[in-house]
Design a protein around this ligand. Structure first.
Ligand code: G3H
Ligand code: PYR
Length: 233
């Protein structure tokens, strides 16, 4: 008897060409709700909330429960314990600046799509060996920018990236034009001052501009991903 084919998990890289990265510095978890609504209204429905601030898991929980039109995920997932708490809060995807075998295993076991971070060819090769083809390139600007990623495309054509870290409206189009880049991540549409002062209209405006960058991106390797109505666990 042959085993039933396993269904691959939905792709984090298919969430959309621009992935906003939220750091809720100085905000209450409930503030994530209007913030996520502003991003969605601006055209960025996928929202990564980093687990860097107290109450970040609660923020994920609030957005998951109260903003069904968003696809909320957790960033700065560093340990299996983070995987468990983020998934329990309702995170629909998980992102990390790096990876370890323990983290990969925990993410796989959770069934929630996971985007591990890399910044060298050897890390890319180690992930490919483990069957992972979608990766975050972090910290993108400091690690070499679009020229570095372009140089990886020929020797490592199976790897697909979401560059994050120092990406902005000036560099996003250069990354999105690369054959091995599916999306870009960043916080440029969430200036710390606008977040701190809860300036949701400004965030919506910046999100709209960021979404426009994505809309003008070339075809790229953009796999099908999650949509707001999809369930992945
Ligand atoms: O630490 C990196 C952030 O997650 C995203 O980077 P950024 O603030 O440079 O856009
Ligand atoms: C920077 C990053 O990759 C993260 O916080 O998830």
């Amino acid at each position: 008897m042959t085993a039933a084919p396993s269904v691959p998990p939905p792709s984090v890289l298919g969430l959309g060409p621009v992935l906003p990265v939220v750091v809720l510095d100085g905000l209450a978890p409930g503030d994530a709700v209007p913030l996520a609504r502003a991003l969605v209204a601006g055209g960025l429905p996928a929202v990564e909330i980093t687990l860097r601030t107290p109450g970040a898991e609660e923020a994920v929980r609030r957005v998951a429960a109260e903003v069904p039109e968003a696809v909320v995920g957790a960033g700065t997932v560093l340990t299996p314990e983070h995987v468990a708490s983020a998934v329990d809060a309702g995170a629909r995807f998980l992102v990390s600046p790096g990876w370890t075998d323990r983290l990969l295993e925990a993410a796989r076991a959770s069934g929630v799509p996971f985007l591990p971070g890399v910044s060298t060819a050897s890390e890319v090769m180690a992930l490919l060996e483990r069957g992972v083809t979608e990766m975050k390139f972090f910290p993108a600007r400091a690690a070499g920018g679009p020229a570095y990623l372009a140089a990886l495309a020929s020797p490592l054509p199976r790897a697909r990236f979401c560059p994050t870290g120092g990406v902005g409206p000036d560099s996003a189009p250069d990354y999105l034009a690369l054959p091995n880049v599916a999306c870009v991540g960043g916080s440029w549409m969430l200036p710390p001052e606008a977040v701190r002062t809860r300036d949701w209209p400004r965030i919506e405006r910046l999100a709209r501009e960021a979404a426009r960058l994505g809309a003008h991106a070339g075809p790229g390797p953009r796999p099908g991903g999650l949509s707001a109505g999809d369930r992945c666990r």
